[in-house]
Design a protein around this ligand. Sequence first.
Ligand code: 5GP
Ligand code: ZN
Length: 124
Amino acid sequence: MTQDNCIFCKIVAGQIPSTQVYADDDVIVFKDINPAADMHLLMVPRKHIATLQDCQPEDQALLGKMLLLAPKLAAEQGYRYDGDPENVDGNGFRVVVNNGPGGGQEVYHLHMHILAGPRPWKRM
Ligand code: 5GP
Ligand code: ZN
């Protein structure tokens, strides 16, 4: 289930190199080529789905898996909320899914951004 001329399908297939930090049968995770934050990972399902709004009930397990995986990968990169809401810098992470041009989506293969660092949203 790949789409011609899809850059993320090519990365999934190994035709374009990436700095991979995780892979399994369903997803791959690699570093964003143009990071907007100290940590900027992209989690990409192997299956080509253009946007979040194209997801179907059959994709529920995949989406749940992606959300559960994000905190584990963030923790591996050193970003895990320690329970102290006063401690801000580096103490947590965020996930973002851009949907459509109005949502800032540039690559039309579903992906989750996993971002962290000092106020990454101020640099986005
Ligand atoms: P979007 O705006 O679609 O949500 O995010 C697409 C992201 O993919 C951008 O942050 C962009 O920097 C990243 N990106 C685009 N092409 C490549 C690539 O070839 N390799 C990697 N590692 N990231 C890419
Ligand atoms: Zn694709």
